[in-house]
Design a protein around this ligand. Structure first.
Ligand code: WTA
Length: 633
């Protein structure tokens, strides 16, 4: 097992070694895995062409490391626990041994349909154990999985399948989220007519409804599994063979197919999981992210299983059947690590303390946050109410492209500062650069966050478009990986992510991080969530526009705005005083919970003639409401 960091002195030693002797450092960690053949070179890299290879020449299979090893060591231990949408429905658990059998069977099913090493397989499933089985079965035979979040439209499926040329798609007849039932198969059916490359659609039966099996392509999961062999030898993969493609949105163009490879990703996901969460033998880990996102890939699935840790999949939503559901799931399964997003934390915060009535939560040991900057208010609420003041919060900064966590506290080791991702993990060499690409040396500086040295989990390319990979990440600042995020390093060298760089606002020559302003505004007792964008200002260059969501509709809007202004001027400075504050019912968000600032920026700029694609929003109607409400600002 991976030896983990237990003290700051361990951390400094490991970090220094990872800088001085990166190849030695990572090859030692890689020794914890089973390989059919070891690597020729630990690392070959050139950031000017964005060519990076880790453990090239080595042969391995990620599933022998995350399943077979533990099917021998701890066969009866739960690998995955599934909690249904409805608390009335029985939860399910698969031991490592059972998972091994199911994965082997499904891998044989894929083989019988002609899927071979290198072929792409699309997966359009909610949070089900079968989703994990499908992903792992692909990895077993060397097929490349493309998980499409089961909240995307049929058009998004078409775009992705066309881009990656998947030959099989795996879905279910339906899924349920809260009170809502969604017919996944119908959505896939709408897409299938337009993606002729799909040869088969495998359908998992969940509901009692009789759905139509069409196109001569549809096959039932259970029929295929009936006679499938329960042994499937893992395909021997080169460490640099692709493991998966995951589509992610950038600031321009269509979603990019971010490609991750087998060996480096495996080593990095496992290492970061074990360290960041300070993993113990009996941990029950619950990451609330969907397998459709990178967090679901790296930590709900791979990172946890690679460490032999029990992972929980939850199909439901935090507010069904009531606002205490998260705590019920934690108490029921004795979850020791909760890893969730600030959006969820803030949403729950707005329901008040009664949501904790009769909940225990004493099984929790570590809390995690991911996906966006966590504001101080939400951090304290999470720490006090969920962690009861004695669980460290690991605020983990990373991206789809980074494959795993890059900057984060190590639970029970790193000093915590609310809203700070704190320190780089071993192997991660962050650098802050100014607009000209010059390094900001020393502490107490702020700049564009770049990484100057490769780490094993980094994406290798954008599928079929290496040019776009180079252009997006390696050309803004030559020979540096550009994250697109702004970041501050404080007097102690601790990092605080300030938000996407395109969200940094320059007011009268002062650079203001939207995250900081949002923190200040969010500390108002009646404000649960807010977004700050810049808009053109004749004199200041840019000015701040605040969209805020209140817990209770304010009686005196003018008074509330004044209080918000005072909070900002006292917490940041007079230069950060906003020009506009609008109270809104909700913020426009994608299904993954990200606030779509692009739209708010357009509204703030009065540039509403062409808002672009708003189909990815959870609630598109909110846009017209905000536009209408703008009159009163
Ligand atoms: C943001 C999610 C602040 C950041 C894993 C990044 C964060 C983008 C944090 C990647 C964090 C993620 N603090 N910001 N702890 N984690 N972000 O690809 O802007 O969905 O660039 O990966 O989310 O989002 P992605």
């Amino acid at each position: 097992m991976i030896e983990t960091i237990q003290s700051m002195s361990d951390y400094h030693t490991a970090y220094q070694r990872s800088i001085d002797k990166p190849e030695e450092f990572w090859s030692e960690i890689a020794e914890n895995f089973s390989w059919y053949r070891k690597w020729n070179d630990v690392l070959k890299w050139d950031f000017s062409t964005a060519e990076v290879k880790w453990f090239d020449g080595a042969l391995c299979n990620i599933t022998s490391n995350c399943i077979d090893r533990f099917a021998l060591l701890t066969p009866h231990k739960s690998a995955i626990i599934w909690e249904a949408n409805s608390p009335q429905q029985q939860s399910k658990r698969y031991s490592f041994k059972e998972l091994q059998i199911e994965v082997a069977k499904f891998a044989n099913v894929l083989k019988s349909l002609g899927v071979k090493k290198g072929d792409r397989v699309a997966i359009y499933l909610p949070m089900l154990i079968e989703g994990a089985i499908a992903m792992l079965a692909c990895a077993r035979i060397g097929a490349v999985h493309i998980v499409i979040f089961a909240g995307f439209s049929s058009e998004s499926i078409i775009d992705r399948v066309n881009d990656c040329d998947a030959k099989v798609i795996i879905t279910a007849d339906s899924m349920v989220r809260g009170e809502k039932k969604i017919s996944l198969k119908e959505i896939v059916d709408e897409a299938i007519g337009q993606v002729p490359q799909i040869e088969y659609c495998i359908v998992l039966k969940r509901g009692e409804d009789n759905i139509e099996m069409k196109h001569g392509k549809d096959l039932w999961w259970h029929d295929l599994m009936l006679h499938a062999d329960s042994i499937c030898e893992p395909e021997q993969m080169n460490a640099e063979d692709p493991l998966f493609i995951l589509y992610t949105s950038g600031s321009t163009g269509k979603p990019k197919g971010v490609l991750h490879t087998v060996g480096g990703y495996m080593v990095y996901a496992a290492y970061t999981f074990a360290n960041v969460f300070n993993i113990q033998k009996d941990d029950i880990f619950w990451c609330t992210a969907d397998i459709g996102w990178i967090t679901g890939h790296s930590y709900s699935l791979y990172g946890s299983l690679l460490n032999g840790t029990t992972t929980v999949f939850f199909e439901g939503v935090p507010t069904y059947p009531d606002h205490g559901r998260f705590w019920d799931v934690i108490d029921k399964h004795k979850i020791s690590i909760l890893y969730t997003a600030p959006t969820a934390i803030r949403a729950l915060e707005s329901f008040g303390d009664s949501i904790f009535k009769d909940k225990n939560l004493s099984s929790l040991r570590v809390l995690g946050s991911v996906g966006e900057p966590i504001n101080e208010e939400a951090w304290h609420w999470y720490h006090k109410n969920v962690g009861k003041g004695n669980c460290p919060i690991v605020d983990t900064w990373w991206q789809t492209e980074t494959g795993g966590i890059l900057i984060s506290p190590i639970a029970n080791v790193t000093n915590l500062i609310p809203a700070f991702a704190t320190l780089p993990l071993p192997g991660v060499q962050p650098i802050l650069v100014n607009e000209k690409g010059e390094e900001m040396i020393g502490n107490n500086v702020e700049g564009n966050l770049c990484i100057k040295f490769p780490w094993p989990g980094m994406a290798r390319t954008i599928y079929k478009n290496h040019g776009r990979f180079v252009e997006t990440y390696f050309s803004m600042f030559p020979r540096l990986y550009f994250t697109g995020d702004g970041c501050k390093r404080n007097e102690d060298g601790f990092y605080r992510i300030t938000g996407r760089v395109d969200d940094v606002i320059n007011v009268s020559g002062h650079r203001i991080g939207t995250g900081e302003v949002e923190d200040a505004v969010g500390s108002h007792p009646n404000i649960v969530e807010c977004a700050v964008v810049g808009f053109h200002h004749e004199i200041k260059g840019q000015a701040l526009y605040i969209f805020a969501v209140c817990i209770d509709a304010p009686m005196q809007v003018a008074a509330l705005k004044k209080e918000v202004e005072t909070l900002i001027t006292t917490k940041i400075g007079i230069f950060a005083r906003p020009d506009k504050i609008q109270i809104v019912k909700n913020l426009p968000k994608t299904r993954s919970g990200k606030i779509v600032r692009r739209l708010l920026r357009k509204i703030a700029e009065d540039d509403i003639s062409n808002l672009g694609d708003i189909s990815t929003l959870v609630d598109a109607d909110i846009i017209s409401e905000i536009i209408a409400g703008k009159m009163s600002v």
